[in-house]
Write a protein that binds this ligand. Structure first.
Ligand code: AMP
Ligand code: GLY
Length: 440
């Protein structure tokens, strides 16, 4: 019997935990907010406490004879949870602090990619103040600029010209705001293309890719409205995207391998754990938008349920540096739709009752993962964050999308979701966009 600890409290962690339990693990959960799914999978063996209180996590792990831990979210990773747990004698299938800086510091990441001449890197420059900002804008043109704070911002700090910034003054004002907050930042080249997520398992040396996923960050249908934590995502039965070729994936994976090797050379630390690469395919090839030192949320819900290889074995492979190269996934499509409280993300309504018709949902073959929902007795209620992810898995995207929609129809409450995620219509729009760029 393997005792596994999951740290984190969202739908991503619910999906990770499900894969661990499916692999035969006895689950324990440490989370800052009680996730009902994790509570059930752990059979109540949980602790609700700050996810960055390492001492408490070590104490909890020791008292439960934890064999290894898996860390879901970026916040504890970027302040060294893995280093602390490993010092306390608890192995982790997640990256140490230096490795997690690939996500925790955009300056570190870009400098590493520049130094090691990684092909998908893009032009960028770091700043600590306003010195040189105006000159950079003048040299590059304001329309091609993206401003990114150096550290973690929960997806809310990146400002793109044309989306959030509309003039040189807007760019200067945002840079000034960051300077005033003493937050270093980078200015980087704005790209045009189609994004895709490539998540890989990494054991220090070997980098094994998982099916490609595309996330939908905008709150409303047709990619309108404010950015969110992600409103849904899909993956295809051939593990590619219609606008991404096998060669694109090979190139992206190759860059990830070279980054893992560069990180070792530069810091002496091996990258171990899931590595999330967000790429954009452009007219001039694949470009790296960002790395995350963890699974994506919602993207974990697309790939982990398809995993045929035992996930506990995969985790041991990550820890011991002997990841099998033949990790297998079902050749199926997935569609994940997030249900968010009405008004999310601007003025979300919390504390609203949610009722799930479990029987009907099961009949439809849909699955669900709790994100931010709290349970009182047998009743569940919304908070101000995304409530739950509903997943459809099938032989084709159309069927998976239908299953996800059927699943959503079994959930009642003051919630909304994007009906267009995973539809042929939206996919065609992406294909047309890519073709128009490639044929320019
Ligand atoms: P990030 O937090 O780095 O994932 O950025 C959030 C979103 O901003 C991404 O999903 C992209 O849609 C957009 N974005 C980030 N960097 C760029 C870039 N260099 N060019 C165009 N869009 C970008
Ligand atoms: N889906 C984007 C992220 O997890 O950061």
């Amino acid at each position: 019997m393997v005792n596994c600890l999951i740290v984190g409290h969202g739908a991503r962690e619910h999906a990770i935990a499900e894969a661990l339990v499916r692999g035969g693990a006895e689950l324990y959960a440490f989370m800052s907010f009680k996730n009902a799914g994790l509570d059930d999978l752990s059979k109540g063996r949980i602790k609700i406490h700050s996810e960055t209180d390492f001492k408490e996590i070590i104490n909890f792990s020791k008292s439960k004879n934890i064999d290894f831990a898996f860390i879901g979210p970026e916040a504890p990773l970027c302040v060294g949870i893995v280093d602390a747990l490993e010092k306390g004698g608890i192995p982790c299938a997640s990256p140490k602090i230096e490795a997690a800086q690939l996500e925790g510091s955009k300056i570190f990441m870009r400098e590493l990619l520049t130094k090691y001449k990684i092909p998908s890197n893009i032009k960028s420059k770091k700043f600590n103040s306003m010195e040189g900002v105006e000159e950079y804008i003048k040299d590059n043109g304001e329309e091609t600029i993206v401003v990114k704070p150096d550290g973690l911002t929960g997806g809310k700090g990146v400002m793109v010209y044309g989306d959030h910034l509309f003039s040189k003054i807007d760019i200067m004002n945002y840079c000034q705001e960051l300077t005033d907050k003493r937050s270093p930042f980078i200015l980087e080249e704005k790209l045009d293309g189609e994004e895709f997520t490539l998540q890989a398992f990494v054991d220090g040396k070997n980098v094994v890719g998982t099916p490609l996923v595309q996330d939908h960050k905008r709150a409303y249908e047709d990619d309108k409205g404010p950015n969110t934590g992600g409103m849904g995502s899909y993956s295809m039965e051939n593990h590619l995207m219609p606008f991404i070729t096998e060669e694109d994936v090979e190139n992206a994976l190759n860059d990830m391998k070279n980054v893992v090797a560069a990180l070792k050379t530069e810091t002496g630390v091996e990258y171990k754990g899931p590595l999330y690469g967000q790429f954009m395919k452009t007219a001039s090839g694949n470009k790296l938008i960002e790395f995350n030192a963890r699974f994506g949320d919602p993207e974990a819900m697309n790939v982990l349920p398809l995993l045929k290889t035992n996930f506990v074995d995969v985790c041991w492979g990550i820890i011991n540096g002997n990841l099998p190269s033949n990790i297998e996934f079902e050749k199926k499509a997935t569609v994940c739709k997030y249900l968010a409280p009405e008004g999310y993300p601007v003025s979300p309504k919390s504390d609203e009752l949610v009722v799930i018709n479990q029987e009907k949902l099961k009949e439809f073959g849909a699955r669900y993962y709790y994100a931010s929902i709290y349970r009182e007795g047998t009743k569940i209620f919304t908070t101000t964050s995304r409530a739950m992810g509903v997943l459809g898995i099938a032989e084709t995207l159309e069927k998976a999308e239908q299953i996800a929609e059927n699943g959503v129809s079994c959930i009642e409450g003051k919630l909304f979701h994007r009906k267009d995620v995973g539809t042929r219509q939206l996919l065609q729009k992406r294909i047309d966009h890519m073709n128009s760029l490639l044929n320019k």
